[in-house]
Ligand binder design. Structure first.
Ligand SMILES: C[S@@+](CC[C@H](N)C(=O)[O-])C[C@H]1O[C@@H](n2cnc3c(N)ncnc32)[C@H](O)[C@@H]1O
Length: 432
């Protein structure tokens, strides 16, 4: 189990693989009873990896070589068991040292044994309050701390703390089947406690996460798993029956499904460039008994896919740094680089320009990201608005989050939701 976790973490740290790519096959390869622990070890070790790296730097006389990234990962796993999982010390040492052999690195047994015993003798070395290095204390890369602090001077510490907490499991009840109260009662019948997700129409937050097959009616499409901030998109887009709607970056399809559940008779095009991810849109819609026109295409080349008919509503849930969902994807801390933000802002700007041209007169475009950085959100909007007098901002009249330029920003953990940015633009006629 520790060796499997180390391999998954090493793939993220060493090869830049995403956790959502490497964890599922690793989970499938272990016994069902072991999956929960493997998941906890991978998520927790990546969440606090930069802190553990600093602790190891203090404890080891020489750094590990690049080819021993799997050993560093194994040491993170060992430290996480001591730090956050409260496992019996002898079991931690025994299992973690034993994993060296499975990694083909028997020579490192003494090293791993020595490091873990040192930490067990003085576990205060893991106490973030005693760490002067900000990267170690907050368990985020320096550049990202600096950026978040710059963008959210009054909230940066709360954002980093929320990123380091496990997110709740939030459900979206399919309004076509039953209302939220009725589904909450069904959950209670099965011994599952929940409460309404603030600011959502049909969201429920579970008191404790469960496997989806334990959710009543999951296979029959009564419910889906979706964070409550993501559940704000469909009501904000506010499509009416019969409208032609473009979900411009649709995969894996959570918001597509919500749009269709919420409004009947939509003529909806769900487009994405990634065919594998689009298959997940199809799977979700099939489970929910919904239909849309699913298109695999590059949004930025409408001449390759667009038939010329404008859309009444467009949801542009743009590719972004995902810095608002770090609590669900802790690998982001290790995968993102500072240059990514500038590149993403350029792509977001270009996609916004392209999609705007597809919008019908009086149509509405909802721009969304799961990022917290202003460069990807309000700066993209203000640059766009400067060149488009026919684009009018419709203020979001709501109490969630914070006013952020032309839109609103929910910060991670606020109202138990992920970090999300939304801005709503209407195309008006400039001719009198
Ligand atoms: C934030 S995700 C969308 C999440 C989705 N709306 C949901 O709620 O499940 C961004 C998506 O944009 C897609 N994407 C990125 N560049 C694109 C392009 N040029 N054309 C179409 N899709 C693109 C990615 O493949 C990715 O699936």
């Amino acid at each position: 189990m520790r060796a499997e976790a180390a391999r998954v973490i090493a793939a993220v740290v060493g090869r830049g693989a995403s956790l959502s790519t490497v964890l599922p096959p690793a989970l499938a390869a272990v016994a069902p009873a072991e999956r929960g622990l493997l998941q906890q070890l991978c998520y927790g070790s990546l969440r606090f990896g930069l802190r553990y790296r600093a602790v190891l730097g203090e404890l080891m006389s020489r750094p590990l070589k690049a080819r021993d990234v799997d050993l560093e990962a194994l040491l993170w796993v060992g430290l996480h068991q001591i730090d956050a999982l409260g496992m019996p010390p002898h079991a931690v040492v025994h299992a973690t040292v034993g994993a060296c052999r499975l990694l083909g690195k028997d020579w490192a047994r003494g090293l791993v044994n020595g490091v873990l015993r040192n930490v067990l003798r003085d576990s205060a070395v893991l106490d973030p309050e005693r760490m002067s290095d900000v990267q170690a204390r907050h368990a985020h890369p320096d550049w990202l701390i600096t950026q978040i602090r710059h963008d959210w001077p009054a909230h940066w510490e709360a954002i980093l703390a929320a990123n380091n907490r496990q997110a709740p499991m939030t459900l979206r009840v399919n309004a076509r089947h039953m209302d939220r109260a009725a589904y909450a009662a069904r959950l209670r019948d099965d011994g599952l406690e929940s409460h309404p997700a603030p600011h959502t129409e049909t969201g429920l937050i579970l008191a404790s996460p469960v496997a989806v097959d334990q959710l009543p009616g999951f296979q029959q499409g009564w419910v889906s798993v979706q964070d409550s901030a993501a559940q704000l998109a469909a009501p904000l887009l506010d499509a009416a029956p019969g409208m032609r709607v473009l979900d411009a970056c649709a995969a894996p399809g959570g918001k597509t499904a919500h749009l269709l559940e919420r409004t009947t008779d939509l003529d909806l095009v769900a487009l994405d460039i990634d065919s594998a991810r689009l298959q997940r849109v199809q799977d979700t819609l099939s489970r929910l008994g919904l239909t849309a026109e699913i298109r695999c295409a590059d949004l930025s080349m409408p001449e390759t896919w667009h038939d010329g008919r404008p859309f009444d509503r467009i949801l542009l849930d743009a590719p972004c740094s995902a810095t608002g969902v770090i609590r669900r994807h802790p690998d982001i801390k290790l995968l993102r680089r500072p240059a990514d933000i500038t590149n993403l802002a350029g792509r977001q700007q270009a996609l916004l320009e392209t999609t705007w041209n597809l919008l019908a007169p009086d149509g509405v475009l909802l721009y969304a990201t799961c990022a917290v950085l202003r460069a990807e959100n309000e700066a993209v909007l203000s640059a766009f608005l400067a060149g488009h007098p026919e684009a009018v901002v419709e203020p979001l009249v709501t109490t969630w989050g914070h006013l952020a330029g032309a839109g609103r920003q929910n910060l991670p953990g606020e109202d138990e939701a992920d970090g999300f940015f939304y801005a709503r633009l209407r195309r008006v006629s400039l001719h009198r």
